[in-house]
Write a protein that binds this ligand. Sequence first.
Ligand SMILES: Nc1ncnc2c1ncn2[C@@H]1O[C@H](COP(=O)(O)OP(=O)(O)OP(=O)(O)O)[C@@H](O)[C@H]1O
Length: 239
Amino acid sequence: MSARNAPVLLLENVQRHYEEVGKRLDVLKDANLTIETGEMVALVAPSGAGKSTLLHTAGLLERPNGGEVYLSGQACSGLNDRQRTARRRNDIGFVYQFHHLLPEFSALENVMLPQMIRGLSQSDAKDRAQELLDYMRIGQRAAHRPAELSGGEQQRVAIARAVANAPLLLLADEPTGNLDPETSSYVFEALEALVRQSGLSALIATHNHALAARMDRAITMQDGKLVPFDVKAAVKASL
Ligand SMILES: Nc1ncnc2c1ncn2[C@@H]1O[C@H](COP(=O)(O)OP(=O)(O)OP(=O)(O)O)[C@@H](O)[C@H]1O
């Protein structure tokens, strides 16, 4: 497959199981998924269905037990650990339910760090970090440490950090799950604007049907497989 026209993410018959004492738990059983450039896809599934496992496998944090993960056309099973880390650092941004910001660094420094690890100069990293924080409407809080920020502000910094290296793909695991409904909506709007403006692709796990309905399409997990989810019907049913 040529990298030029390849989808950003392609999962082909991906399998992932965990071995537990005396039994095997099959979480992903032939999971298939294609995400094209600029697509924003919601992953809506009950707790324990395997959303984190899917995101970790797609994000090269875990190796599948079978099948293949392609990132912009490149099969990842042949990559060694160092190459996987490099692809993850350069091409994938992660946002979690809890911000995981480094507590001893300011918001600005948290967004600068991944860029400097990648080799950018301090001044270029600083300019981009400030630009992203301004875009997330939190630029005036750039000098504050995470503990001095509200939950919504912390998540906006975490989102800025996730896209700091201009990844191809953003993977988010309940990015607003820890916030009250109003803050959740505000933070999601900022995330959505950033994704749309930068043209990156995103796979976002959420329990929130209203947020899922704002994405291009939704999928769910059924018996270890990925299937379309009719989010509009789910929203209607909940009214
Ligand atoms: N490292 C592991 N070892 C053994 N079992 C695991 C491991 N990680 C996850 N599991 C199990 O795999 C299943 C899927 O877990 P996963 O965290 O992917 O689900 P989830 O849909 O993200 O759940 P939640 O919405 O509660 O975060 C669960 O039954 C979980 O207990």
